[in-house]
Design a protein around this ligand. Structure first.
Ligand SMILES: [Mg+2]
Length: 107
């Protein structure tokens, strides 16, 4: 899947999502923070399972689900600001490679 496909689907789904017209930048930012928290929680529960610590556990599939949620939420936030997610990731990736003198870049 390409980021452009995600953007297109996100926009289409938000158009059919009841109440979407009441969302804004702050809502999208909180959504990203919430999904990042859910991902962290899934990883904590995954580690709990691995280490035999008593309590609720999570699987790698649960983590994958939350990574997906986070990417979707990041695209919605980026769209709110007119930022193209793929361009943003590529630009920052290449800047970090340049900063640390690494050859790997995204063309
Ligand atoms: Mg989630």
């Amino acid at each position: 899947m390409r980021f452009v496909d995600l953007r297109r689907a996100n926009r289409a789904r938000q158009n059919e999502w009841p109440g979407n017209e009441k969302t804004d930048l702050a809502f999208r930012a909180l959504e990203v923070a919430g999904e990042a928290g859910e991902l962290s929680e899934a990883i904590k529960k995954f580690l709990r399972a691995e280490r035999g610590i008593h309590g609720n556990t999570a699987t790698k599939e649960d983590i994958a689900d939350e990574i997906g949620d986070l990417i979707v939420a990041l695209d919605l936030l980026a769209d709110e600001l007119g930022i193209e997610l793929g361009h943003s990731a590529k630009t920052k990736f290449n800047a970090t490679s340049a900063k640390y003198g690494l050859k790997t870049v995204i063309m």
